[in-house]
Write a new protein. Structure first.
Length: 248
């Protein structure tokens, strides 16, 4: 195949769709992986998969290995959020969240590593700033993204000899419809931080980070200061979280 191959999980909407569009513009053969195609599908291939189901993932991996022996970019974008205190979340919902947010990307990275290595390509793991700091009533989501962040960072040290580039992306709030798809026991409070950044802009930043072989991308950049604040002023940050979520 003349074109470079890019696979995007969760590419039917949100950031995944924006990334698929950006890669299409850059001349890639774009393969979208999702449960449904969604609206305005205009990419090169579609592979249906419920990433929360291990059997469905195995079938997906076998199909990819057969169709795409060399993968230039693998983007693990599919994910689901949660708005619930840790003691409120049903175990079944927690397991589903961890399957999608953590086990699916870990399995895809492991089983498709040789395919990416064949192209000396890039694996992009979409973590979150919520994986770098605790957020009340989002503990399950924070935990899954923290686990993915550490997986991504350790994987980078392990695959150097294979010439595989690992990029860890930690977005803040972006306009992807995240809240509407989240597991919801509580409603997300309306706060000044609810201003959403553009998914299309982040997609461009991610592609630029891939080209520049960056290790970590935090977007918007000022979230680095927010993470620092949560660690430096822990009691104040906890107090603010409790007020916002009405936990007192």
């Amino acid at each position: 195949m003349d074109k470079k191959i890019a696979l995007v999980t969760g590419g039917s909407s949100g950031l995944g769709f924006a990334m698929a569009e950006e890669l299409k513009k850059q001349g890639f053969f774009v393969v979208v992986i999702a449960r449904n195609k969604g609206e305005n599908f205009n990419f090169d291939d579609f592979l249906s998969c419920d990433l929360s189901d291990s059997a469905s993932r195995r079938n997906l991996i076998q199909t990819i290995q057969e169709k795409y022996p060399a993968i230039d970019i693998l983007i693990n974008n599919a994910g689901i959020g949660s708005y619930a205190a840790n003691y409120e979340l049903e175990l079944s919902d927690l397991k589903r969240l961890m399957e999608i947010n953590y086990f699916a990307p870990v399995e895809l990275n492991s089983k498709l590593l040789d395919n990416v290595a064949q192209a000396k390509g890039t694996i992009v793991n979409i973590s979150s700033v919520a994986g770098l700091m605790p957020v009340a009533c989002m503990g399950a989501y924070c935990s899954s993204k923290a686990a993915l962040f550490m997986h991504s960072e350790s994987l980078r040290m392990e695959v150097g000899a294979k010439n595989v580039h690992i990029l860890t992306v930690c977005p803040g709030r972006i306009n992807t419809g995240f809240s509407s798809r989240a597991i919801r026991v509580r409603e997300c409070p309306d706060t000044p931080s609810n201003k959403n950044e553009s998914a299309a802009l982040l997609a461009k930043k991610i592609y630029r980070a891939i080209c520049r072989k960056k290790d970590i991308l935090i977007f918007p950049w000022w979230y680095s200061a927010v993470v620092w604040f949560t660690r430096k002023f822990k009691r104040l940050y906890r107090y603010g979280n409790k007020r916002v979520w009405k936990l007192d």
